[in-house]
Design a protein around this ligand. Structure first.
Ligand SMILES: C[S@@+](CC[C@H](N)C(=O)[O-])C[C@H]1O[C@@H](n2cnc3c(N)ncnc32)[C@H](O)[C@@H]1O
Length: 321
């Protein structure tokens, strides 16, 4: 496997060419490139808005009766990115101590720095989810958000998760794309990208235009996205993988149907205009719209639409005692 311990801020042409043959190198280069601007791109924050979002995912999959012993003592995050999931879960009282890990050194650097700025008890480490560099029976909780679909052998990684969990420990992975959801999300995102880039060429919209070289860079990155996004999931298949890896009490839940149909165009639009142009008023509108449509998805569409048609799937399970 490719070992890189320092962030690669500017990949060389040779590295990019090699990345098309070496998926883990592609993951590192792409995510290192994104690390310092990732929070802005995805409107990630560490205030109540994102604390509630992260905790909402936890509450949606962990039964209430299993939440009596919170906080967990020691938690691990795989593919932490900038730390959005575990740092916000810790702020909501889910875990006392956290280890944020990622294949990308740039992401680990940002996540550790943010964790310390928030005054949390965190440490960070570069780690491949397919061979987690921790001893057996170390953690009470393992979490991940939008990471499983980047890992070549998901079942191998789940076996590793069970190895490093203490008996009775729990894992939760949220934010994974379903196979059907990914189809409409990508189509809507592509449409939004094309429409916004064209619209910004209209006279009077100069200040809304990103410099062409930034748009070109975004397009190249979007091409790499096809390389780094390896899987989409059918919820039943994901449950089978976790059971094969040795987990018990496995369950999946899915969410975001119309909410994803709003969310993907919104996020794509945000990445097309200059950073900071839309401000927190827009972020609040986007989050408010997402919340309203999530309510409709849960209370109306849930009765009609199959689980696998929702955009996001999450999974939890326990290591047998
Ligand atoms: C889509 S980002 C999600 C980041 C963060 N969890 C979030 O939700 O904002 C996926 C992350 O997984 C990491 N990743 C990809 N392959 C990995 C692997 N084999 N082991 C650990 N992390 C990996 C990437 O470097 C990237 O930071």
């Amino acid at each position: 496997m490719t070992e890189i311990s320092e962030p690669t801020t500017k990949a060389t042409a040779e590295q990019v060419a090699a990345a098309f043959e070496d998926n883990k190198l592609a993951q590192i280069l792409y995510h290192d490139w994104e690390a310092e601007t990732y929070d802005e791109k995805w409107s990630i924050s560490y205030d109540q808005r994102c604390i509630d979002y992260a905790r909402g995912r936890f509450d949606a999959i962990v039964p209430v009766e299993d939440q009596r012993e919170l906080p967990y003592d020691r938690a691990l995050e795989l593919g932490c990115g900038t730390g959005f999931f575990l740092l916000n879960l810790m702020q909501s009282g889910v875990a006392r101590r956290g280890s944020v890990t990622d294949l990308s050194p740039g992401m680990v650097k940002v996540a550790t720095r943010t964790g310390k700025e928030l005054g949390l008890d965190v440490d960070g480490r570069v780690a491949d989810a397919e061979r987690i560099p921790y001893d057996d029976n170390t953690f009470d909780l393992v979490v991940g958000h939008a990471v499983l679909h980047h890992i070549p052998d998901v079942e191998l990684s789940l076996r590793e998760v069970l190895r490093v969990l203490k008996p009775g420990g729990r894992f939760i992975f949220a934010g994974e794309p379903t196979t059907v959801g990914n189809l409409y999300a990508r189509a809507l995102a592509n449409l939004t990208w094309k429409a916004t880039v064209q619209a910004m060429k209209l006279p009077g919209l100069e200040s809304w235009r990103r410099p062409q070289e930034e748009l070109d860079e975004n397009s190249r990155a979007a091409a790499l996205e096809w390389v780094v996004d390896l899987h989409t999931f059918d919820p039943a298949d994901l449950e089978k993988m976790a059971a094969n890896a040795g987990a018990v009490a496995v369950r999946t839940a899915s969410e975001e149907f119309t909410a994803a149909m709003l969310g993907w165009p919104v996020r794509t639009f945000e990445s097309t205009v200059p950073p900071g142009k839309l401000g927190w008023g827009w972020a609040k509108f986007a989050f408010g719209g997402w919340k309203a449509l999530s309510w409709v998805d849960e209370n109306v569409w849930r009765h009609v639409v199959p689980k696998g048609w929702y955009y996001n799937v999450m999974i939890t399970g326990i290591k047998p005692s």
